[in-house]
Design a protein around this ligand. Structure first.
Ligand SMILES: [Zn+2]
Length: 416
């Protein structure tokens, strides 16, 4: 059925004004099993009306059901896969998968399920899995097309199928299909025809776009909606996913392995700070996050690896924009082999310091879960080099500790 001109115009407008670039969906199975699936019930727009104004749905259905060969298909094994890259936020397993009544308990009706948060602020749910087939865990980053479980009939199910729910950035369950009876946008890369399968095509998350380098000891006065800012991402792998304001990114690198603190000060609105170990910006490479409320200053301390490039992103919470000062403070690495300026006695002192009490204290700080990685810097005695790579941070442990601590606060404040 042809779309009206008005509908097409609205669709194009929605694509233009979106703050975060939408990450569209691939069919939620693997290449091996894709051809086995077919729709059995679409989202109900009221009065048992599906997206194409037909009746392939049932009253009150808020997802899209795809069958895969009924019980024989379930026995053979039908892969369910992530429809887009993201972070697993919830799972359930252990519920009986033989439900045929449509009213079996467990998982709030979804039985065995997986929920995934995507970088654009949307999320997807997959339900009714086979018992003990859930293949991912909470906090795990999954790529598009990665197997997350197998089709079953657990929960409110009358037979084996996967129930796929698309959740928008406001937390509402929406129809991922667009048609005469369903408003744009389509959430699929290619939704296909009515009663057919959406395409098995993954939509890559666009990379961050740093506007300039940020170096040790430097400050830049900028704004998250300043020149070079974008509105591309909403999630950075730190568990807080509602960044709908413009973002601005800088590339940070240091030529020594050292502890680095990046901070945002002077902000008049709620911008938050993220340090990523790549420019993927897809939720997979978080080193640390600072998500204090309102206009509080932000700070992320992390163990930077010599030669690695990090992406420092500031993004406004729920549309906030403000100017601020972004600063990178470095503790300094340890002398290289070629450093001949240091007297022999100093070199001896350096070696002694490696086994001294302050170093042990630093290890305790890093591994003891205090969460205050910033204290590592204070513990380091002025003028004394410490080998931060001895801490076993792998370039990110200190940052992750800090991020985890802040994550808890962020979840309590902001999760719906
Ligand atoms: Zn369903």
């Amino acid at each position: 059925m042809a779309l009206s001109v008005v509908t097409l115009a609205a669709w194009a407008l929605a694509a233009l004004v979106g703050t975060a670039q939408a990450q569209d969906y691939s069919f939620p199975s693997t290449a091996a099993d894709y051809a086995e699936f077919y729709p059995t019930a679409y989202y109900d727009h009221g009065g048992v009306t599906d997206w194409a104004c037909s009746d392939l749905t049932y009253a009150g259905h808020t997802g899209s059901d795809f069958g895969g060969g009924s019980w024989a298909g379930m026995d053979a094994g039908r892969d369910i896969a992530a429809s887009a890259a993201g972070t697993v936020t919830a799972t359930n397993d252990g519920v009986d998968d033989g439900c045929s009544s449509g009213a079996c308990e467990g998982g709030g009706g979804l039985g065995n399920y997986v929920k995934i948060q995507h970088a654009d602020g949307r999320s997807t749910w997959y339900g009714h899995f086979k018992t003990w087939s859930v293949a991912v865990s909470v906090g795990q980053y999954v790529s598009c097309g990665q197997k997350i479980g197998e089709m079953g009939s657990s929960g409110y199910s009358t037979g084996p199928h996967v129930h796929f729910t698309a959740v928008n950035t406001s937390g509402s369950r929406v129809d991922p299909f667009v048609g005469s009876c369903s408003d744009p946008p389509s959430y699929w890369v290619d939704q296909g025809v009515w009663d057919g399968r959406p395409a098995l095509i993954c939509d890559d998350v666009p990379a961050c776009a740093p506007v300039a380098p940020l170096r040790c000891g430097e400050s830049v006065t900028t704004a998250n909606n300043g020149g070079g800012s974008t509105g591309t991402h909403a999630a950075y792998g730190c568990g807080d996913y509602t960044y709908s304001g413009p973002e601005i990114a800088y590339a940070f690198a240091t030529d020594v392995t050292e502890t680095v603190t990046v901070s945002v000060t002077g902000n008049a609105a709620d911008v938050d700070l993220f340090v990523l170990s790549s420019d993927a910006c897809d939720g997979s490479a978080s080193v640390g996050c600072s998500v204090s409320p309102d206009a509080e200053a932000e700070s992320v301390t992390f163990a930077a690896t010599a030669g690695a490039t990090y992406t420092v992103v500031t993004d406004g919470y729920e549309g906030a924009t403000t100017g601020f000062t972004l600063t990178a403070s470095c503790t300094g690495g340890y002398p290289g082999e070629e450093d001949t300026s240091a007297p022999d006695t100093a070199a001896t002192d350096t070696a002694a310091a490696d086994t001294s009490a302050p170093d042990t204290a630093a290890r305790d700080t890093a591994g003891g879960g205090s969460g205050d990685a910033g204290r590592m810097e204070d513990a380091g005695l002025p003028g004394r080099w410490r080998r931060l790579d001895d801490l076993g941070c792998g370039g990110s442990a200190a940052g992750m500790l800090l991020g985890a601590g802040l994550l808890g606060a962020g979840l309590g404040r902001r999760r719906r």
